[in-house]
Unconditional design. Structure first.
Length: 406
């Protein structure tokens, strides 16, 4: 399949380019010292991803530790309540630790081990990436520092407890809005101070090259599995697939399995309280080109051109940019990006819980809400939604909001 001069038969060979670009987006905008550190990681990644020992170790981990492949569930009651379109979910909530994040954390920690690093560090928003990395660090015997904003520490308390039990140091970030962006700032600073002994295991397809590529590659297990499973279950491909986009890792990995297929692909960003700057975190919808955290992509900017304050009910979607590959896929028209607000995502959270017995993460609920909306417009066919995580971490917060609560 081709779109303009992008050939999806050879897409993964050509994107990103050697220096980490998806079209004009991506790259590595870091100091010369950190550029050398990024090159060391890139070289190590390209060496191990061709090594049969690394591939078989990662496959074994995926099967015996993570519990992969995760299943696809047919949402029969939810589909019937809407009409004729059949909705399905890829169950990343059943991946060990309850979200897709472990897919790239186990890969990144295995790489850290191969490179002889002693410590892994990262930021976290919803806490899912922090829990996943703390788990990977415990598995491989590495030290682990997790930077997390004070607001998210309060909102995602169960995940903070899990990180601590797993032996990670949770470092509170108090400045600015004290959410995901500030946590990334702090983790970057810590990495710049200590890059010889540690590796920054970034939590999404963001940051300088090679992270957007590496995290996508580790997450592509989701899309590859989902394509094969869906064909096995139904004998055909889904008509449409949907995933939520924060930094963009669950969506990048899920989409990777279907980019070369005649399948409509939708990425869903958080509209939060509405379209006013500061009330949402929909950078692909409302942002402009800009550089932050070492990469060029789309960005929500304030009046000084700095990253703008962002908001979403979902801590994991609360980021003023998105991965460079998403900006590229948007520009060439391969993926359509749209938005869902807090209210619709909370309604979807309850709908999936009560009609299907699956409590979704509030991040994933954005994708579920969009899948429902899409199904209502389609008339017939099938929609496969990536259920990126489970909602245990969100229950107290959502019940506390009172909306829709029983
Ligand atoms: C369950 C879940 N889904 C989605 C996301 C958003 O991240 P990404 O866009 O990188 O998949 C997060 C982030 O914390 C998350 O915890």
């Amino acid at each position: 399949m081709k779109l303009g001069n992008v050939d999806f038969d050879t897409y993964f060979k050509n994107y990103p380019s050697e220096d980490g670009y998806f079209g004009k987006y991506g790259g590595a905008y870091v100091s010369d010292e950190l550029k050398a550190a990024m090159k060391e990681i890139t070289d190590a990644y390209f060496t191990i991803c061709k090594s049969s020992k690394f591939i078989s170790e990662l496959r074994k981990i995926r099967r015996d530790f993570q519990g992969r492949p995760t299943p696809i569930s047919h949402l029969e009651r939810l589909s019937t309540s809407i009409g004729r379109v059949q909705l399905y979910v890829k169950r990343e909530d059943l991946n060990h630790t309850g979200a897709h994040k472990l897919n790239h954390c186990m890969g990144e920690a295995l790489l850290a081990k191969y490179m002889g690093k002693k410590k892994v560090i990262a930021e976290t928003g919803a806490g899912q990436h922090g829990v996943a990395l703390a788990t990977a660090a415990a598995y491989f015997g590495l030290e682990c520092d997790i930077y997390m904003g004070s607001v998210d520490i309060k909102k995602q308390a169960p995940n903070v407890a899990r990180m601590k039990i797993l032996g990670a140091n949770v470092i509170e970030v108090k400045h600015g809005l004290a959410t995901l962006k500030e946590a990334v700032d702090a983790a970057f600073e810590a990495y710049a101070r200590d890059y010889k002994d540690c590796i920054y295991c970034i939590g999404s397809v963001v940051g300088p090259h090679p992270f957007p590529m590496m995290v996508r590659d580790f997450q592509s297990v989701v899309g590859i599995e989902a394509r094969e499973q869906f064909l096995g279950m139904t004998g055909e491909l889904p008509d449409a697939i949907v995933a939520c986009v924060g930094g963009g890792s669950n969506s990048a990995g899920f989409f990777a399995g279907f980019l070369n297929d005649p399948v409509d692909i939708y990425g869903v960003e958080p509209l939060g309280r509405g379209p006013k700057l500061g009330d949402h975190a929909a950078s692909l919808q409302y942002g402009t080109e800009g550089i932050m955290h070492g990469f060029n992509s789309v960005m929500l900017k304030d009046e000084n051109g700095e990253p703008a304050p962002v908001y979403s009910v979902a801590s994991g979607l609360d980021y003023p940019s998105s991965g460079p590959e998403h900006a590229f896929l948007r520009d060439i028209g391969r993926v359509k990006y749209d938005v869902v607000d807090d209210k619709d995502s909370i309604d979807a959270f309850y709908a999936l819980s009560r009609l299907e017995g699956i409590i979704p993460a509030i991040e994933s609920s954005h994708a579920v809400a969009y899948g429902i909306k899409l199904a209502k417009t389609m008339g017939k066919g099938s929609v496969l939604i990536n259920l990126s995580g489970r909602g245990d971490k969100d229950m107290d917060y959502i019940l506390g909001l009172g909306n829709n609560a029983p």
